[in-house]
Design a binder for this molecule. Structure first.
Ligand code: ZN
Length: 424
């Protein structure tokens, strides 16, 4: 993608949404729907629900469970979304406690290794694990929230692991689809050992290495993992792009429906988009990665725009908006050159830019922000007579102005296109 021409800070003004009573038809399939209530942001990625996060009488039970079972649940099991949700929601909810154990593999830049993360009801979301690294040395990864665990304690753990291993007291998880640079390891899960490797050869290497070591061995190394893993673990080796696009598109479209009304979202111009979402083949597409790095080194999604409609070649660059608060789900809805655009970021981490429909002009730019820390859901719009502050002006002063006004949200805009949005 070409470099942005310029970056701006914009203040968006808060708006208040009236609850939409619904018109008794599903916005996704148009079936009559009288009673069902659907959550826009799933209850699992928010801490407290809000009236404007709910669509009444306008998403049928069938469509609702399609998104719930086929899309959202998948993420809590197999993607960093589950990890992030778990970490940010604690201790408010044990949100993922109903899941069976599914190992989740995330890349840590901190130690340059894959890490296995738990998703169910256990105290430490990072499993204690002993892995055999590329230099043929044993490394104990220990998730230590307080930082109080002594090296001696960890050696005790190592020794008990060694004993169990020699006695054959372990189960195995062998999967050749694990990344090639995945170090074979033993993880502890609810006091049980799980030997996790790509191949039988890896397994044999690991078992013989651990069996040969004792507590004095200099080959046992220890790494404490920083509990604040949000910013550091951002790559999962199996991440379904398609599901992620659908999840983000669903959230954007339902918020748009909430803001503008269901007559609007039932328009035929959205037929292609809805078909694309409902009839998608939900393959588990494994993202390309090199040494644990995903797209563009630190992303799980490809850069740039993904279209649910055919677009002209000339429109590759729309401006991209970013909210400036941490720990938020942030959604932008706007139109340019007749294309309806969603710019969605969950957990302020993975951006997703979608072209939803053609021949659709919105009069406003909408920003929806769910703040996980404050447990607030707020709606904003960009006013026609808005103030736009170019970054070449006094940046800090501009930030202060916007920060000090409770009813403004602060947004940066990277301008990848002729700035028609700014001239409207
Ligand atoms: Zn439906």
């Amino acid at each position: 993608m070409e470099e942005p021409k310029s970056t701006y800070i914009i203040g968006f003004e808060e708006i208040f949404i009236k609850e939409d009573p619904g018109n008794g038809r599903c916005i996704w399939c148009n079936k009559a729907q009288k009673f069902n209530t659907a959550h826009i942001l799933s209850k699992k990625i928010i801490r407290k629900n809000h009236p404007s996060n709910v669509l009444k009488r306008s998403v049928c039970t069938e469509c609702n469970s399609y998104f719930g079972n086929k899309i959202e649940d998948w993420f809590y099991k197999y993607s960093p979304l589950g990890t992030w949700a778990n970490q940010l929601n604690r201790p408010a909810n044990n949100i993922l406690s109903n899941l069976k154990y599914v190992p989740n593999f995330l890349w840590s830049d901190q130690i340059k290794e894959w890490i296995i993360v738990h998703h169910d009801k256990v105290k430490d979301i990072l499993a204690t694990q002993i892995l055999l690294n590329a230099e043929n040395r044993l490394l104990t990864l220990h998730y230590d929230q307080s930082g109080s665990k002594q090296v001696n304690d960890v050696f005790k753990i190592n020794l008990s692991i060694r004993e169990k291993l020699i006695n054959g007291e372990f189960t195995e998880y062998l999967d050749h689809k694990l990344p090639e640079n995945f170090s074979p390891r033993i993880i502890i899960y609810k006091d049980k050992l799980i030997l996790t490797t790509r191949t039988l050869e890896d397994k044999a290497r690991l078992v013989s290495k651990v069996s040969a070591e004792d507590e004095n061995s200099s080959d046992f190394q220890l790494a404490h993992i920083n509990p604040n893993i949000l910013d550091k673990l951002t790559i999962q080796y199996s991440w379904s792009l398609q599901r992620y696009f659908i999840l983000c598109a669903k959230i954007g479209f339902e918020f748009l429906s909430q803001i503008i009304g269901q007559e609007f979202s039932q328009h035929r111009r959205f037929d292609d988009f809805k078909k694309g979402i409902h009839k998608a083949r939900l393959d588990k597409i494994i993202i390309p990665f090199i040494d644990g790095k995903g797209y563009l080194v630190n992303r799980l999604t490809p850069p740039g725009w993904v279209g649910y409609v055919k677009t002209a070649n000339s429109i590759s660059g729309f401006p991209i908006m970013t909210g400036q608060k941490k720990n938020c789900h942030s959604i932008f809805i706007y139109s340019m050159q007749g294309y309806l655009l969603f710019d969605v970021k969950l957990f302020a981490i993975e951006p997703c830019q979608l072209i939803i429909a053609k021949n659709c002009n919105l009069n406003e730019v909408y920003h929806i922000e769910y703040d996980i820390t404050e447990q607030s859901l707020r709606f904003f719009k960009l006013e026609k007579n808005r103030v736009i502050i170019n970054k070449n002006l006094d940046f800090e002063k501009a930030l202060d102005t916007i920060r000090n006004d409770q009813h403004l949200s602060m947004v940066t805009l990277r301008d990848y296109s002729p700035p028609s949005l700014l001239k409207q």
